[in-house]
Design a protein around this ligand. Structure first.
Ligand code: ZN
Length: 224
């Protein structure tokens, strides 16, 4: 529901956006291979351990800087990806004119204010306008933007913008339901509150029937 525009991030390579990021290669899918020089990051984690009152030389922490550096590169690998890249050539001409929806996409991200995880479900829908996208690509587009430092509001906007740009559909809807560890573990310590955001484009914004069909499907109990 916010009007923030994130579309510039969609096609710009990350090197142009985040110049300080180590030149690492995060290998997908599935395995956690991270290649590249992470020595600066490791030194920073060692210092962080000291500042927390820890002894980075004790046994249990010896490999922690290296583990943390690799984990952080993996958790923020979206900086190295664009939606256009992950969609690739999985676009198909198709005259289907009804809503296409993938719901309950698992999402893990990190808030940019505390660098703590927030996670939950993303529901993505669009109405084609001559083009459809391979269904498995929608969760991958979610990941491109989730695997960066984020705020939930912008995450939804960026997913919606990316789908609008690549598919030029009649409309796009994105609903995110998430819990934020920065709320649960610190500050207000609200363990059970969920944050729900929605980003609507085209018919999902302008046509109340389309919007309510989407929201009904997003929030109805799963059939299986
Ligand atoms: Zn936070």
């Amino acid at each position: 529901m916010s009007t923030t525009k994130g579309s510039k991030d969609v096609i710009r390579p990350v090197s142009a956006v985040v110049s300080g990021r180590a030149a690492v290669n995060v290998v997908e899918p599935g395995d956690f291979a991270v290649e590249g020089d992470l020595s600066n990051y490791e030194a920073m984690v060692r210092r962080q351990l000291e500042l927390l009152g820890e002894d980075p030389a004790r046994d249990g922490l010896l490999k922690t800087p290296s583990r943390v550096a690799k984990a952080m590169m993996w958790l923020t690998r979206g900086y190295n990806q664009t939606a256009a890249e992950v969609i690739g050539d999985a676009l198909f001409q198709e005259s289907h004119e009804n809503m296409v929806m993938v719901r309950d996409i698992e999402m893990y991200s990190m808030c940019e204010h505390h660098m703590l995880p927030f996670f939950g479900k993303v529901h993505v829908a669009y109405i084609p306008n001559g083009k459809i996208v391979g269904l498995s690509k929608l969760p991958r587009v979610v990941d491109v933007f989730a695997r960066r430092l984020q705020v939930q509001e912008r995450l939804g906007e960026q997913i919606a913008d990316a789908l609008e740009e690549t598919l030029q559909p009649k409309g796009v809807g994105v609903v995110i339901e998430a819990v934020h560890l920065c709320m649960m573990m610190r500050g207000v310590e609200k363990q059970s509150s969920r944050t729900i955001t929605s980003s609507m484009r085209g018919l999902f914004r302008d046509d109340s029937k389309t919007r309510s069909e989407f929201l009904r499907l997003a929030h109805s109990p799963t059939a299986y």
